[in-house]
Design a protein around this ligand. Structure first.
Ligand code: BV8
Length: 229
Protein backbone atom coordinates (compact mmCIF):
# COMPACT_ATOMS: atom_id res chain seq x y z
CA UNK A 1 0.00 0.00 0.00
CA UNK A 2 3.05 2.21 -0.35
CA UNK A 3 1.46 4.75 -2.71
CA UNK A 4 -2.13 4.41 -1.45
CA UNK A 5 -3.58 7.73 -0.29
CA UNK A 6 -7.14 6.77 0.57
CA UNK A 7 -8.70 3.46 1.62
CA UNK A 8 -12.37 2.51 1.91
CA UNK A 9 -13.19 -0.89 3.40
CA UNK A 10 -16.60 -2.60 3.35
CA UNK A 11 -17.24 -5.49 5.72
CA UNK A 12 -20.06 -7.98 6.05
CA UNK A 13 -21.06 -10.81 8.35
CA UNK A 14 -18.13 -12.99 7.25
CA UNK A 15 -15.63 -10.87 9.19
CA UNK A 16 -17.48 -11.69 12.43
CA UNK A 17 -18.12 -15.38 11.63
CA UNK A 18 -14.98 -16.63 13.43
CA UNK A 19 -16.01 -14.63 16.49
CA UNK A 20 -19.09 -16.84 16.65
CA UNK A 21 -21.60 -14.39 15.11
CA UNK A 22 -23.97 -16.06 12.64
CA UNK A 23 -23.81 -15.00 9.00
CA UNK A 24 -26.98 -14.65 6.92
CA UNK A 25 -26.65 -16.77 3.81
CA UNK A 26 -24.20 -19.49 4.75
CA UNK A 27 -25.49 -22.96 5.59
CA UNK A 28 -27.51 -22.69 8.88
CA UNK A 29 -27.30 -18.88 8.52
CA UNK A 30 -29.84 -16.45 9.95
CA UNK A 31 -32.00 -16.43 6.82
CA UNK A 32 -32.26 -20.23 6.97
CA UNK A 33 -33.97 -19.86 10.37
CA UNK A 34 -35.96 -16.65 9.92
CA UNK A 35 -37.89 -15.18 6.99
CA UNK A 36 -36.37 -11.72 6.44
CA UNK A 37 -39.87 -10.44 5.57
CA UNK A 38 -40.96 -11.16 9.15
CA UNK A 39 -37.99 -9.76 11.07
CA UNK A 40 -36.08 -7.34 8.78
CA UNK A 41 -38.79 -5.24 7.07
CA UNK A 42 -40.95 -2.33 8.33
CA UNK A 43 -44.04 -4.33 7.30
CA UNK A 44 -42.91 -7.27 9.45
CA UNK A 45 -42.45 -4.93 12.42
CA UNK A 46 -45.98 -3.53 12.04
CA UNK A 47 -47.41 -7.04 11.61
CA UNK A 48 -45.70 -8.60 14.63
CA UNK A 49 -43.47 -6.27 16.68
CA UNK A 50 -42.92 -8.91 19.38
CA UNK A 51 -41.33 -11.30 16.87
CA UNK A 52 -38.98 -8.54 15.71
CA UNK A 53 -38.07 -7.48 19.26
CA UNK A 54 -37.44 -11.13 20.19
CA UNK A 55 -35.21 -11.56 17.09
CA UNK A 56 -33.04 -8.53 17.86
CA UNK A 57 -33.00 -9.09 21.63
CA UNK A 58 -31.71 -12.64 20.96
CA UNK A 59 -28.97 -11.33 18.65
CA UNK A 60 -28.06 -8.58 21.11
CA UNK A 61 -27.75 -11.04 24.00
CA UNK A 62 -25.42 -13.05 21.74
CA UNK A 63 -23.12 -10.01 21.45
CA UNK A 64 -22.21 -10.31 25.14
CA UNK A 65 -20.71 -13.75 24.46
CA UNK A 66 -18.44 -12.87 21.51
CA UNK A 67 -15.34 -10.75 21.02
CA UNK A 68 -13.40 -9.21 18.13
CA UNK A 69 -11.15 -11.57 16.15
CA UNK A 70 -7.78 -11.11 14.43
CA UNK A 71 -9.45 -9.68 11.32
CA UNK A 72 -11.23 -6.89 13.25
CA UNK A 73 -7.97 -6.18 15.08
CA UNK A 74 -5.95 -6.04 11.85
CA UNK A 75 -8.31 -3.39 10.42
CA UNK A 76 -8.04 -1.32 13.61
CA UNK A 77 -4.23 -1.52 13.36
CA UNK A 78 -4.34 -0.51 9.69
CA UNK A 79 -6.45 2.55 10.56
CA UNK A 80 -4.01 3.58 13.29
CA UNK A 81 -0.87 3.08 11.17
CA UNK A 82 -2.12 4.35 7.79
CA UNK A 83 -1.30 8.02 7.20
CA UNK A 84 -3.88 8.63 4.43
CA UNK A 85 -7.69 8.87 4.47
CA UNK A 86 -9.39 5.78 5.93
CA UNK A 87 -13.05 4.81 6.16
CA UNK A 88 -14.49 1.51 7.37
CA UNK A 89 -18.11 0.88 6.28
CA UNK A 90 -19.76 -2.14 7.84
CA UNK A 91 -23.04 -3.83 6.98
CA UNK A 92 -22.80 -5.51 10.38
CA UNK A 93 -24.87 -4.36 13.33
CA UNK A 94 -22.54 -6.00 15.89
CA UNK A 95 -20.05 -3.85 17.84
CA UNK A 96 -16.91 -5.88 17.15
CA UNK A 97 -15.14 -3.29 14.97
CA UNK A 98 -15.37 -0.59 17.64
CA UNK A 99 -14.40 -3.06 20.37
CA UNK A 100 -11.29 -3.90 18.29
CA UNK A 101 -10.41 -0.17 18.22
CA UNK A 102 -11.79 0.99 14.85
CA UNK A 103 -12.84 4.64 14.96
CA UNK A 104 -13.61 6.02 11.50
CA UNK A 105 -16.52 3.63 11.12
CA UNK A 106 -20.00 3.78 9.56
CA UNK A 107 -22.67 1.21 10.45
CA UNK A 108 -24.66 1.59 7.22
CA UNK A 109 -27.29 -0.94 8.39
CA UNK A 110 -27.51 0.39 11.95
CA UNK A 111 -26.42 -1.05 15.30
CA UNK A 112 -27.69 -3.66 17.74
CA UNK A 113 -26.65 -1.43 20.64
CA UNK A 114 -28.93 1.41 19.58
CA UNK A 115 -32.68 2.06 19.77
CA UNK A 116 -34.50 4.70 17.70
CA UNK A 117 -37.55 6.64 18.86
CA UNK A 118 -40.10 7.18 16.08
CA UNK A 119 -41.47 10.28 17.88
CA UNK A 120 -38.36 12.34 18.75
CA UNK A 121 -36.02 10.43 16.40
CA UNK A 122 -33.43 10.29 19.17
CA UNK A 123 -31.06 7.34 19.42
CA UNK A 124 -30.47 5.75 22.79
CA UNK A 125 -28.74 2.68 24.19
CA UNK A 126 -30.77 -0.44 23.52
CA UNK A 127 -32.71 -1.11 26.77
CA UNK A 128 -32.32 -4.71 27.95
CA UNK A 129 -35.08 -6.81 26.43
CA UNK A 130 -36.60 -3.87 24.59
CA UNK A 131 -40.23 -4.52 23.74
CA UNK A 132 -43.32 -2.78 22.46
CA UNK A 133 -44.01 -1.10 25.81
CA UNK A 134 -40.49 0.31 26.28
CA UNK A 135 -40.32 4.08 26.75
CA UNK A 136 -37.89 6.42 25.01
CA UNK A 137 -35.18 7.58 27.48
CA UNK A 138 -35.07 10.95 25.67
CA UNK A 139 -38.73 11.95 25.31
CA UNK A 140 -40.41 9.38 27.59
CA UNK A 141 -42.95 8.35 24.94
CA UNK A 142 -44.04 4.74 25.39
CA UNK A 143 -44.44 2.30 22.50
CA UNK A 144 -42.52 4.16 19.80
CA UNK A 145 -39.03 2.61 20.19
CA UNK A 146 -37.69 0.39 17.41
CA UNK A 147 -34.37 -1.29 16.71
CA UNK A 148 -31.97 1.27 15.18
CA UNK A 149 -31.45 -1.10 12.26
CA UNK A 150 -31.92 -0.54 8.50
CA UNK A 151 -34.50 -3.01 7.20
CA UNK A 152 -35.14 -4.03 3.60
CA UNK A 153 -36.78 -1.14 1.78
CA UNK A 154 -35.22 1.43 4.13
CA UNK A 155 -32.39 3.77 3.18
CA UNK A 156 -29.02 2.77 4.63
CA UNK A 157 -27.29 5.39 6.80
CA UNK A 158 -24.75 7.99 5.64
CA UNK A 159 -24.92 7.07 1.96
CA UNK A 160 -23.72 10.53 0.82
CA UNK A 161 -20.60 10.30 2.97
CA UNK A 162 -19.97 6.74 1.80
CA UNK A 163 -20.28 7.65 -1.89
CA UNK A 164 -18.04 10.68 -1.41
CA UNK A 165 -15.33 8.45 0.14
CA UNK A 166 -15.74 5.78 -2.54
CA UNK A 167 -15.36 8.41 -5.28
CA UNK A 168 -12.10 9.60 -3.77
CA UNK A 169 -10.42 6.38 -2.69
CA UNK A 170 -7.64 4.62 -4.54
CA UNK A 171 -8.07 1.30 -2.73
CA UNK A 172 -11.40 -0.42 -2.01
CA UNK A 173 -11.43 -3.63 0.04
CA UNK A 174 -14.55 -5.79 0.45
CA UNK A 175 -14.27 -8.27 3.32
CA UNK A 176 -16.65 -11.05 4.38
CA UNK A 177 -19.71 -10.18 2.34
CA UNK A 178 -21.67 -12.26 -0.17
CA UNK A 179 -22.43 -9.21 -2.33
CA UNK A 180 -26.16 -9.95 -2.29
CA UNK A 181 -27.51 -6.81 -0.67
CA UNK A 182 -27.66 -3.40 -2.32
CA UNK A 183 -26.61 -0.66 -2.29
CA UNK A 184 -23.53 -2.12 -0.48
CA UNK A 185 -23.04 -4.72 -3.22
CA UNK A 186 -22.72 -1.90 -5.76
CA UNK A 187 -19.87 -0.13 -3.96
CA UNK A 188 -17.20 -2.05 -5.88
CA UNK A 189 -18.59 -0.90 -9.25
CA UNK A 190 -18.75 2.69 -8.02
CA UNK A 191 -15.22 2.64 -6.58
CA UNK A 192 -13.77 0.97 -9.69
CA UNK A 193 -15.53 3.47 -11.97
CA UNK A 194 -13.81 6.23 -10.01
CA UNK A 195 -10.37 4.72 -10.43
CA UNK A 196 -9.90 2.67 -7.26
CA UNK A 197 -8.04 -0.61 -7.17
CA UNK A 198 -10.55 -3.14 -5.83
CA UNK A 199 -9.83 -6.30 -3.82
CA UNK A 200 -12.23 -8.91 -2.44
CA UNK A 201 -11.21 -10.83 0.70
CA UNK A 202 -13.79 -13.53 1.36
CA UNK A 203 -14.14 -17.23 2.21
CA UNK A 204 -15.35 -17.86 -1.34
CA UNK A 205 -16.10 -15.85 -4.50
CA UNK A 206 -19.00 -13.45 -3.81
CA UNK A 207 -21.86 -12.57 -6.17
CA UNK A 208 -19.82 -9.66 -7.47
CA UNK A 209 -16.39 -11.32 -7.50
CA UNK A 210 -15.84 -10.77 -11.24
CA UNK A 211 -15.91 -6.98 -10.81
CA UNK A 212 -12.91 -6.92 -8.47
CA UNK A 213 -9.36 -6.46 -9.81
CA UNK A 214 -8.04 -8.99 -7.26
CA UNK A 215 -9.50 -11.60 -4.95
CA UNK A 216 -8.05 -13.39 -1.93
CA UNK A 217 -10.11 -16.30 -0.64
CA UNK A 218 -9.82 -17.88 2.78
CA UNK A 219 -10.81 -17.32 6.41
CA UNK A 220 -10.83 -13.67 7.48
CA UNK A 221 -8.67 -14.24 10.57
CA UNK A 222 -5.92 -15.50 8.25
CA UNK A 223 -6.25 -13.49 5.00
CA UNK A 224 -7.01 -10.08 6.54
CA UNK A 225 -3.99 -9.85 8.89
CA UNK A 226 -1.79 -11.28 6.09
CA UNK A 227 -3.09 -8.64 3.66
CA UNK A 228 -2.78 -5.77 6.12
CA UNK A 229 0.75 -6.64 7.29
C1 BV8 B 1 -32.59 0.16 0.00
C2 BV8 B 1 -30.81 -5.69 8.66
C3 BV8 B 1 -33.79 1.89 -1.06
C4 BV8 B 1 -29.87 -5.58 9.76
C5 BV8 B 1 -30.23 -6.04 6.37
C6 BV8 B 1 -30.69 -2.30 -6.00
C7 BV8 B 1 -30.37 -1.07 -5.42
C8 BV8 B 1 -30.87 -0.70 -4.18
C9 BV8 B 1 -31.69 -1.58 -3.47
C10 BV8 B 1 -31.98 -2.81 -4.01
C11 BV8 B 1 -31.48 -3.16 -5.28
N1 BV8 B 1 -31.95 -4.41 -5.56
C12 BV8 B 1 -32.69 -4.85 -4.52
C13 BV8 B 1 -32.76 -3.90 -3.58
C14 BV8 B 1 -33.49 -3.99 -2.31
C15 BV8 B 1 -32.68 -4.59 -1.18
C16 BV8 B 1 -31.76 -5.69 -1.61
O1 BV8 B 1 -30.58 -5.46 -1.83
N2 BV8 B 1 -32.29 -6.90 -1.71
C17 BV8 B 1 -31.46 -8.02 -2.07
C18 BV8 B 1 -31.73 -9.19 -1.17
C19 BV8 B 1 -31.70 -8.33 -3.54
N3 BV8 B 1 -31.93 -3.54 -0.50
C20 BV8 B 1 -32.54 -2.80 0.44
O2 BV8 B 1 -33.72 -2.91 0.71
C21 BV8 B 1 -31.70 -1.74 1.12
N4 BV8 B 1 -32.44 -0.52 1.10
O3 BV8 B 1 -32.06 -0.12 -1.03
O4 BV8 B 1 -33.45 1.21 0.13
C22 BV8 B 1 -34.41 3.17 -0.69
C23 BV8 B 1 -34.25 4.24 -1.57
C24 BV8 B 1 -34.84 5.43 -1.25
C25 BV8 B 1 -35.56 5.58 -0.08
C26 BV8 B 1 -35.72 4.51 0.79
C27 BV8 B 1 -35.13 3.28 0.48
C28 BV8 B 1 -31.48 -2.06 2.60
C29 BV8 B 1 -30.56 -3.22 2.78
C30 BV8 B 1 -30.32 -3.48 4.27
C31 BV8 B 1 -31.21 -4.54 4.74
N5 BV8 B 1 -30.88 -4.95 6.08
N6 BV8 B 1 -30.21 -6.48 7.60
C32 BV8 B 1 -29.69 -6.93 10.40
O5 BV8 B 1 -30.69 -7.51 10.83
O6 BV8 B 1 -28.53 -7.35 10.45
S1 BV8 B 1 -29.41 -6.88 5.16
C33 BV8 B 1 -28.47 -8.17 5.74
O7 BV8 B 1 -27.65 -8.59 4.62
C34 BV8 B 1 -27.48 -7.78 6.80
O8 BV8 B 1 -27.53 -6.40 7.11
C35 BV8 B 1 -26.13 -8.08 6.17
O9 BV8 B 1 -25.19 -7.19 6.59
C36 BV8 B 1 -26.44 -7.91 4.75
C37 BV8 B 1 -25.44 -8.45 3.79
O10 BV8 B 1 -25.14 -9.81 4.14
P1 BV8 B 1 -23.58 -10.20 4.32
O11 BV8 B 1 -23.00 -9.33 5.36
O12 BV8 B 1 -22.92 -10.21 3.00
O13 BV8 B 1 -23.71 -11.67 4.93
P2 BV8 B 1 -23.91 -13.02 4.11
O14 BV8 B 1 -24.26 -14.08 5.10
O15 BV8 B 1 -24.81 -12.78 2.94
O16 BV8 B 1 -22.47 -13.33 3.50
C38 BV8 B 1 -21.39 -13.63 4.37
C39 BV8 B 1 -20.16 -13.84 3.49
O17 BV8 B 1 -19.04 -14.09 4.37
C40 BV8 B 1 -20.28 -15.04 2.58
O18 BV8 B 1 -19.85 -14.68 1.28
C41 BV8 B 1 -19.32 -16.08 3.19
O19 BV8 B 1 -18.67 -16.83 2.18
C42 BV8 B 1 -18.33 -15.18 3.89
N7 BV8 B 1 -17.70 -15.82 5.06
C43 BV8 B 1 -18.28 -16.68 5.95
N8 BV8 B 1 -17.37 -17.03 6.88
C44 BV8 B 1 -16.21 -16.37 6.59
C45 BV8 B 1 -16.43 -15.60 5.43
N9 BV8 B 1 -15.46 -14.83 4.88
C46 BV8 B 1 -14.26 -14.83 5.49
N10 BV8 B 1 -13.99 -15.55 6.60
C47 BV8 B 1 -14.93 -16.32 7.18
N11 BV8 B 1 -14.64 -17.03 8.28
Amino acid sequence: MARTQSIVILTGAGISAESGVDTFRDKDGIWSKYDYRDVATPEGFVRNPKMVFDFYNMRRRGLAKVKPNAAHEALARLEQEFSGAFLLVTQNIDNLHERAGSRNLIHMHGELDSALCKVCECRSDWPDDMEQGSSCPACGTVGYLRPDVVWFGEMPYQMDRIHESLAGCDLFLSIGTSGNVYPAAGFVDFARAHGAHTVELNLEPSEGHSVFHDAIHGKATKIVPDYVE
